[in-house]
Write a protein that binds this ligand. Sequence first.
Ligand code: IPE
Ligand code: IPE
Ligand code: MG
Length: 244
Amino acid sequence: MAGAPAKVLPRHVAITMDGNGRWAAARGQTRAAGHKAGLAPVRMCIQECGQRGIEALTLFAFSSENWARPAAEVGSLMGLFFEALETEIAELHERNVRMRFIGARRNLPVRLQARLAAAEERTAGNTGLKLQVAASYGGRWDIVQAATELARACASGAMRPEEITEERFAKALSLGTLPDAELLIRTGGEQRLSNFLLWHCAYAELFFTPRLWPDFGVTDFEEALAFFASRERRFGQVPGQRAP
Ligand code: IPE
Ligand code: IPE
Ligand code: MG
């Protein structure tokens, strides 16, 4: 809109896409159908972030704890990831999206692992939206794998324990040098982290909405961005202390 003041945008948006099962149950459909219906808002969010010049988007698709769901549901989710990558990758590449997957990928089906690697390789040179999909991901897993990497480096003599800084630790986490999540959106009404990006959400603004993920639309996304723009981010300082 001409003349409208520029809104402060988050550099990195993280989304916990929750509520697919309840969305399906309300329609008398299978949970798998609910997950499938969750693809449309995924596309929408990628498009909106890309068009607005948001640097990074990280989507929570499957947690380390979700492995404990009934085998049939886990199987249908793995099948859906596999198919969705096949159908979406060309368009994502065309949109200049750089894709990465975070999580314990060796727990995923082998043919899915190969497809993830191929998608990462194909889009590695893209310079648009940095899209991370968290699958078999847990924030605690992430912290432990980073600690293990640093412990190995210390044990081999490649680094000294005194050299472990917050910056060095963050680099060993699965998001590497990406900026911290600035806005965390969670659909589905629950107000918890469920082990997502524990380190990177230290100062995230938290936007919870009762909207179930398959119903999450552009106006909901805009509402979340407006919420973010309305916050005064103090980072421990006092009101007005930080430059706007
Ligand atoms: C989120 O929706 C998708 C995954 C966790 C894979 P849910 O499947 O958790 O849906 P609800 O919370 O049961 O409605
Ligand atoms: C969080 O949703 C995980 C994902 C959306 C992938 P859950 O449905 O698994 O979380 P809880 O069990 O309600 O905490
Ligand atoms: Mg859920």
